[in-house]
Write a protein that binds this ligand. Structure first.
Ligand code: C5P
Length: 323
């Protein structure tokens, strides 16, 4: 599935999925929970370089900075970190990081032995509740940034306030607003309530960098996927994985992504840290994962053997692209 030419040319099709996943996808299409109405272009045959330039132009990294309502009235200008995320790790006049690793939570990373390689990068991005303790050989032990969805903040099961995995790292949270973004409506009715826990955490730990991605950023990333795909993709936000990869392309000169495009270790084991099996975790049901992955594979500049053996994709940082 992941080595076919359709896959790298934007012609990826839901027909490649099992009947069960196709049905799940159709159900999400007809539910259209976030009221997506795509009116943009379709240019699924453009070159990788044009695609990178499109990303640079249309999906500039933005976080909630307190300058817009209702956040301005709530005093968020003084609640959010004083340095924007892009400036947090600045080295002189340069971008934040030279090399970055994005470590997805896929079960296929088990028994990869990639931990040491992952830890050599200047920055390491991890997702949600993915642990390193006990898995260091395969996933490494350094974490620079952790991207978390709003369920991590809202669901007590994750022990967001006490668990050590959310300490001593930069946190970046996100929650899907309606497609036609209205911050007032989003604040009143988020998917999972992240705003209360965010404010509380900022007040308790003002020195820990903690950002919320602007919902416009999330949906402009979705637009990039749709505009480069022939089929209609799921009208739901991209996965944390895709958001994290694009976030690191904005912060790093070179990005290595591990086990997003499945290696030869591909498995239905959903996460490396959980005994739960479901192909949807790798191929998508709610999230447009299949299409996201096709797009990322089109941008891969690394050799085929890195993909198969290490599940590793190499991507250029956006600052290195001339448009
Ligand atoms: O499940 P969770 O969203 O926390 O996992 C982090 C990311 O890793 C996902 O958003 C997805 O992009 C990627 N992933 C994957 N295949 C899996 C599990 C996770 O590509 N089996």
């Amino acid at each position: 599935l992941f080595s076919g030419t359709a896959f790298v040319e934007g012609n990826v099709s839901s027909g490649m999925l099992s009947p069960r996943l196709q049905r799940a996808m159709k159900d999400y299409m007809s539910a259209n929970k976030h009221n997506v109405e795509y009116k943009g272009q379709r240019k699924h045959t453009q070159s990788a370089n044009n695609l990178l330039c499109q990303i640079k132009a249309q999906a500039k990294l933005t976080t909630v900075d307190g300058s817009e309502e209702p956040f301005s009235s709530l005093g968020w200008e003084h609640l959010v970190p004083s340095l924007p995320l892009e400036q947090l790790y600045r080295r002189g006049g340069q971008g934040p990081f030279k090399t970055c690793a994005v470590v997805t939570s896929a079960g296929a990373i088990l028994r990869s032995g990639l931990g040491r390689e992952i830890d050599t990068h200047d920055a390491v991005l991890r997702f949600n509740a993915a642990p390193t303790d006990g898995y260091e050989r395969d996933v490494g032990n350094r974490t620079t940034i952790r991207i978390i969805n709003s369920q991590i903040l809202a669901n007590p099961r994750h022990r967001f306030n006490t668990s050590s995995i959310y300490k001593n790292v930069t946190l970046v949270a996100w929650d899907p607003a309606p497609y036609t973004v209205n911050l007032q409506k989003w604040y009143a009715n988020p998917d999972y309530n992240l705003f209360g826990p965010y404010m509380e955490h900022r007040n308790l730990h003002p020195d820990q960098p903690f950002y919320i991605l602007h919902p416009n950023y999330v949906w402009r990333l979705w637009d990039v996927i749709q505009s480069n795909t022939k089929e209609n993709i799921q009208p739901n936000p991209p996965s944390s994985g895709f958001i994290g990869i694009l976030l690191m392309m904005a912060l790093c000169e070179k990005v290595h992504v591990y086990e997003y495009i499945p290696s030869m270790r591909q498995t239905d084991l959903c996460h490396y840290h959980e005994r739960y099996f479901d192909a949807a975790c790798t191929l998508g049901a709610y999230h447009p994962l299949l299409y996201e992955k096709s797009l990322i594979q089109r941008l891969n500049t690394g050799p085929e053997i890195d993909l198969r053996r290490r599940g590793r994709v190499t991507l250029p940082g956006l600052s290195t692209i001339d448009c």
